[in-house]
Design a protein around this ligand. Structure first.
Ligand SMILES: NC(=O)c1ccc[n+]([C@@H]2O[C@H](COP(=O)([O-])OP(=O)(O)OC[C@H]3O[C@@H](n4cnc5c(N)ncnc54)[C@H](O)[C@@H]3O)[C@@H](O)[C@H]2O)c1
Ligand SMILES: [Zn+2]
Length: 388
């Protein structure tokens, strides 16, 4: 008789590759060849999708990539043209990019040992990555993030998603990309808004994990406000490293538990994005979410008040607008339940209990949160009236 039940635990090893470089397509740049070397002998097909704004600003991507492959990776060929996909949140607000990518994977006879390359902001990486992760149950993906947010956070992770039913990231998978290549050159063509936006994720991870990093961001906040590229580079890099280490060594890369420190400030951020129909960008919403949860942490006695004020001031000096009227929308608090549902299990919100330290809480006191919203509003308004 076969046994009536069988349990077997098994583990699958992944390699998460992250590289920092400048001008990855330069024929003399070895990064692409180095990350692809372990795949030599595979079908050698590369299907490329790029954010339309990136292609507009970097129109020679396709011919340069072709030259780069010919010079360095003769076993690899481009499958068709480099395909432009709409950039920004619209890329993941419906199925159109997903369908476009899936169809091209099918029509270009891309198999599970071929590669899809996604070049773009976090939204394009999410939508292209989701299609690639589900076509044939998972095609190898190379990510080239092109925004501060995607290079410091979104592109580093092992998740992809599109939005549905009014919920952020409703459909998506966990899928470890073959490699993530951060090419700092791309950041030079970002709008000021998108250049600044991703810095909030660096402040987020610094507040929770690295007080020296927070001190450093605080010191150079004025330079960041003036769009100083040399000031930005170490910030994006440290943010990427902290996110990368969390995934690789944090013990829960596929988020099976409910402890999600990297989502500090995100319960309200995700809701703000939805309530404002993406008028407020993800990184901007995260800046508001971090400021709000820091003030809340101070109100409930977790975080010293001066530390909460330092967090708010640093974000403000960098140039974030930390108050939006959508914070008073009565449905804001639905964001908490939506956040819990998305995580699974018990509501778990990570808050700082000191700069560089973190603690999980499992409930939010509504009156205290409402008071934190008022406090944030008064801090922002008093500043606005002083600078008016
Ligand atoms: N998968 C994850 O783990 C994860 C983590 C964090 C955030 N995200 C997601 O990332 C998204 C936000 O990403 P984002 O902040 O990169 O914004 P984005 O992808 O919305 O891009 C912002 C704008 O910049 C343009 N752009 C991109 N690169 C450019 C360049 N080099 N030059 C000029 N313009 C350029 C885009 O076309 C778009 O208009 C959100 O949807 C968020 O949910 C995902
Ligand atoms: Zn985020």
């Amino acid at each position: 008789m076969p046994p009536a039940a069988s349990d077997a635990a098994f583990a699958v090893a992944f390699t998460h590759r992250l590289r920092f470089t400048r001008d990855v397509l330069d024929p003399a740049n070895p990064v692409l060849s180095e990350v692809l070397a372990p795949a030599e002998g595979s079908p050698g097909k590369l299907l490329v999708f790029a954010d339309e704004a990136v292609l507009q600003n970097w129109p020679t991507i396709a011919p340069r990539l072709e030259k780069h492959l010919a010079a360095n990776l003769p076993w690899m060929t481009l499958a068709g043209e480099v395909t432009s996909v709409p950039g920004g949140e619209q890329a993941k607000n419906d199925w159109s990019v997903f369908e476009q990518v899936a169809r091209m994977i099918c029509e270009s006879s891309i198999c599970r040992h071929s590669f899809v390359m996604a070049i773009g902001g976090g939204a394009v990486l999410d939508a292209v990555g989701f299609a690639a992760a589900t076509a044939h149950r998972g095609v190898r993906t190379l990510r080239l993030p092109t925004t501060t947010l995607a290079q410091g956070d979104g592109g580093i992770g092992v998740k992809n998603a599109i939005n549905a039913f009014g919920h952020k990231n409703f459909f998506g998978t966990f899928a470890v990309p073959w490699a993530v290549i951060n090419d700092e050159q791309f950041l030079s063509t970002l709008s000021d808004r998108d250049w600044r936006s991703g810095i909030s994720e660096a402040v987020k991870v610094a507040l929770l994990k690295d007080s020296a990093f927070f001190d450093y961001i605080e010191q150079i906040a004025g330079q960041l406000a003036r769009r100083d590229e040399t000031a930005l580079r170490p910030i994006v890099r440290r943010s990427a490293e902290l996110h990368f280490q969390h995934i690789a060594n944090g013990g829960d890369p596929f988020e099976l538990g409910s402890h999600r420190p990297l989502d500090f400030g995100h319960w309200s951020a995700h809701k703000l994005e939805a309530l404002t129909s993406n008028r407020v960008r993800h990184g901007e919403a995260v800046a508001i979410g971090i400021a709000l949860d820091s003030l809340y942490a101070a109100r409930i006695g977790l975080l010293p008040e001066q530390d909460a004020i330092r967090a708010v001031n640093t974000l403000r000096i960098i140039g974030f607008d930390l108050y939006d009227d959508a914070l008073t929308d009565t449905s804001l608090f639905e964001g908490l339940e939506e956040f819990r549902e998305h995580l699974g299990g018990r509501l778990t919100i990570t808050l700082p209990d000191g700069i560089g330290r973190q603690v999980d809480v499992h409930e939010v006191e509504r009156d205290e949160m409402l008071a934190a919203i008022d406090w944030l509003k008064s801090l922002v308004e008093s500043r606005r009236s002083r600078t008016a």
